[in-house]
Design a binder for this molecule. Structure first.
Ligand SMILES: Cc1ncc(C[n+]2csc(CCOP(=O)(O)OP(=O)(O)O)c2C)c(N)n1
Ligand SMILES: [Mg+2]
Length: 569
């Protein structure tokens, strides 16, 4: 059957199971938008800025595990997607970004709204395509979804000139992809797995570091089996949070720069690290030369490029985390590590790490704790980037995978609001709370209109400290409190909500926190709460940049109470 390029693209999207596209039109992409009404199964969500489309597709993908799709016109539309594509790339999120290009005869002429967008996205995508022949389009779509979703997932970008979208050809959708240069190793090498099993069976002080790879390969049961059989404590990266229930007796929280002091002490004293689906990011390792000085390291990852990239590895295993763990678990002898776990428990008593200091003021940590308590930990939390993000990681207790959605690798302020739209669209039956900073929220605030137009329900908590707080914290601790360009004014967020026809509340006192959260939960629809929190509160623990994991700064002792997170259960 003969079809236009735009129809071929839409047919391909349907064949790949796409249900929703986030985007915003423009001149070059009109032929595609003109075709969309022929495909009512494809829900299009109109954003207010293309960055929002990319983050929404990203949030959708993280929350569902499916490939997220965003689209934009040529030139400025395409460049507006860039931050969102880079965010997805750094966090291994499956995404297909579609852009229109100027017609073929104008390419290279500095035509109106022409950018070399595939040149720009080359280093921030898993792969990208400029489709110069309509006959190749169906195959490109098939490949793009395969690449985005398989192996280590990532964003794939397809750029299609306007005239290719309008040109006709016979439509055949390939049944399989033919990519000889792309091989994904799923099964780990048996000899390596045997070596790993021996090391685990012999270890005295083993520790598992679980990352987002566990979430991507849905290896929760396998991870739990490994931890429980060999009684190995588990710490997670920021993006691994929830892949192992945080209420589990073997869970020792997040490691790294703002990780739990006892998690970092565990890493620094372990004799064996089992690193699963994580990539030894510098925010995780601290000073690399002093990382895990006593440990042999087993590294399981699907991407061979990650092996040995940042740290020396003794037993590398390339493969799908779930498949590798299934084989590995068969070789593990049940053991106990009573003394080692006892040491970790002692460190947790000595350095509780999530304590909240006594204060009559409104502390951001307190707000998050109360959101946890009122929602009983049953929501999906989405964050911006900054102090509030770290408190959201520390003070809420995540027992389910994918219940914290956050930009880790790129650390993209402005991610929160549009990502929460994608999360809610992907998981309509879940309550979605956005915990955002006043700075982050102002970066993509316009997506409130998308929420209203599409009737999407998000509970929004702005931790309004009047600062670009995380940068202010660095200035406070390492630059003698020279607060250059971090004091931040903002609008009246409640009035902003009202301007978008949304209800909102301002909270200035501790006593108002719980009633406000309850009111937001009772309201059917989006609700915004502007929490006016203590402006100069710092996030602790903090491993200073360049320091080793054992050198964490902790909250000044005299100010803390012994309210440990575990007492809330
Ligand atoms: C797009 C972008 N620009 C700059 C930064 C650097 N940065 C990291 S945290 C931060 C402050 C965030 O402020 P806010 O959203 O109010 O959160 P807070 O730290 O106050 O909780 C900044 C500017 C960033 N991460 N992303
Ligand atoms: Mg702030």
């Amino acid at each position: 059957m003969r079809m236009t390029g735009a129809q071929i693209l839409c047919e391909g999207l349907l064949k790949e199971g796409v249900e929703v596209i986030f985007g915003l039109p423009g001149g070059a992409i009109i032929p595609l938008y003109d075709t969309l009404p022929q495909y009512p199964q494809l829900r299009h969500i109109l954003v207010r800025h293309e960055q929002g489309a990319a983050h929404a597709a990203d949030g959708y993908a993280r929350a569902t595990g499916k490939v997220g799709v965003c689209m934009a016109t040529s030139g400025p539309g395409a460049t507006n997607l860039v931050t969102g594509i880079a965010t997805a790339c750094l966090d291994s999120v499956p995404m297909v970004a579609i852009t229109a290009q100027v017609p073929r005869h104008l390419i290279g002429k500095d035509a109106f709204q022409e950018t070399d967008i595939t040149g720009i996205t080359l280093p921030i995508t898993k792969h990208n395509y400029l489709v110069l022949d309509v006959n190749s389009l169906a195959g490109v779509v098939k490949q793009a979804f395969h690449l985005a979703g398989s192996g280590r997932p990532g964003p794939v970008h397809i750029d299609i000139p306007r005239d290719v979208l309008s040109e006709q050809t016979e439509f055949h959708y390939p049944s399989k992809v033919d990519l000889p240069g792309y091989k994904v190793t799923l099964q780990g090498h048996p000899t390596q797995i045997k070596k790993a099993a021996r090391a685990i069976n012999e270890a005295q002080r083993p520790l598992i570091i679980a990352g987002r790879g566990v979430v991507i390969s849905r290896a929760y049961d396998e991870l739990k089996q490994l931890a429980e059989t060999a009684q190995i404590p588990v710490v997670t990266t920021l993006l691994g949070i929830g892949c192992f229930p945080e209420s589990h007796v073997l869970s020792y929280g997040m490691l790294g720069m703002h990780g739990m002091a006892y998690a970092n002490l565990g890493v620094s004293n372990a004799d064996l690290l089992i690193a699963i689906g994580m990539r030894f990011d510098d925010r995780v390792t601290g000073k690399i030369s002093a990382f895990a000085p006593h440990a042999h390291i087993i590294h399981i990852d699907i991407d061979p490029a990650e092996i040995g990239k940042n740290v020396r590895v003794d037993v590398p295993i390339v493969g799908d985390v779930k498949m590798v763990l299934q084989v590995l678990n068969k070789l593990i002898t049940p053991t106990e590590h009573i003394e080692w776990i006892g040491r970790l428990d002692d460190w947790r008593k000595e350095h509780p790490s999530t304590e909240i200091r006594d204060s009559d003021g409104l502390l951001p940590q307190y707000v998050i704790r109360k959101i946890y308590e009122v929602t009983r930990g049953e929501t999906i939390i989405v964050t911006g980037v900054g102090q509030h993000q770290m408190w959201a990681a520390q003070q809420y207790w995540y027992d389910k995978p994918n219940s914290l959605i956050s930009s880790g690798g790129l650390g993209t302020m402005g991610f929160g609001l549009p990502a929460s739209i994608g999360v809610k669209v992907g998981c309509p039956n879940n309550t979605v709370w956005l915990i955002d900073g006043d700075g982050s929220f102002q970066m993509t605030i316009q997506e409130l209109a998308t929420i209203v137009q599409e009737n999407i329900e998000i509970k929004i908590a702005i931790l309004n400290n009047g600062y670009l707080g995380m940068v202010r914290q660095w200035q406070d601790l390492f630059h003698e409190k020279r607060y250059v360009a971090t004091p931040l004014s903002g609008p009246d967020f409640v009035k902003i909500a009202e301007g978008y026809f949304l209800p909102g509340l301002r909270v200035t006192r501790k006593e108002e926190v719980v009633p406000a959260i309850e009111r937001a939960m009772e309201h059917e629809g989006t609700f915004l709460i502007d929490f006016m929190v203590e402006p100069e509160e710092n996030v602790y623990p903090m491993v200073p940049p360049g320091a080793t994991l054992t050198e964490a700064l902790e909250a000044p002792k005299k100010e803390v109470t012994a309210w440990s997170r575990r007492s809330t259960s």
